[in-house]
Ligand binder design. Sequence first.
Ligand code: BYC
Length: 312
Amino acid sequence: MSNAELNKFEDKIARDVKIEPRDWMPEAYRESLIRQISQHAHSEIVGMLPEANWLTRAPSLRRKSILMAKIQDEAGHGLYLYCAAETLGAERQATIYAMLEGKMKYSSIFNYPTRSWADMGMIGWLVDGAAIVNQVALQRTSYGPYARAMVRICKEESFHQRQGYELLTELVKEGNDEQRAMVQDSINRFWWPALMMFGPHDKDSTNTDQSLEWKIKRFGNDELRQKFIDITVPQAEYLGLTIPDPDLKWNEETGHYDHGPIDWQEFKQVVRGYGPCNKDRMNTRRQAQEEGKWVVEAGLAYDAKQRVKKAA
Ligand code: BYC
């Protein structure tokens, strides 16, 4: 690395000029991006599983087609993100195997079970809602291919969030007491895991300071989590739901909602592989990888043949 290269990189970051695949970048910047983008891609792919659990039990054809479209969108998001990681030199199959071997993470939220139909609405509203708050900020991330993937993904995530809220509105406004209780039970289970999606408090975060400096992240974990809470509480009120946090209250002075302590022990357990569904999710993904091996091999063989043809 020469000083001139580093200065050029830092100058681009300072001027908000995107870093592109062929540009020189510090190795640690490349590695941190590969880590974050790959984890994001894995999350999209594993994130299809809790919803797939309800595809065959959707209550109407309309709901089934909406859920199917959402799950397909998530597969697409995973693919954009694997492509973005490839532009940094990450080989796709190796990245996928790293996750299957437990060497790479995916979002903690997808290690919780989906027990009722209301969970389909809750994932759309809360999980995609949290994802949007995080990802709208990532549209301005410093690495060009990641930022551009985010623009597209955010558009689809908004649809996901709206369909979730609409599903829940129908259940609570037009449903019976049992259906309203089902929605309340669902928020009781998903509220805290949704807050954990934003990661540890900034003071305990390993990557935030450096990522903010490089403008990979545009806001810290706590600021985004607070933004999500402030947006979401009035939406819960409209649905007539009680958020399972006795300490949650509006703070006139700060202009934000105060909230109770997050159970970081639970978060650590889930991230280490001991959440309610970690084993299940990994087994399902490993099986899919095994069964789909021939497709990858056929694709690679076709690609190799085309290259030979072109070179001849
Ligand atoms: N779960 O230093 P920190 C979706 C890890 S999918 C697991 O703050 P960072 C959807 C973190 O990786 C959307 N691990 O890290 C799909 C780090 O460990 P490593 C998923 C977590 O990277 C289907 C350590 O904890 N969104 O929308 O600066 C259906 C310390 O954390 C989690 C993204 O992936 C977690 N929740 O910040 C529906 C967004 N949180 O890597 C919806 C992109 C933290 O050093 N990612 N860790 O071993 C990000 O914005 C950031 O990576 C995070 C964490 C804010 C998540």
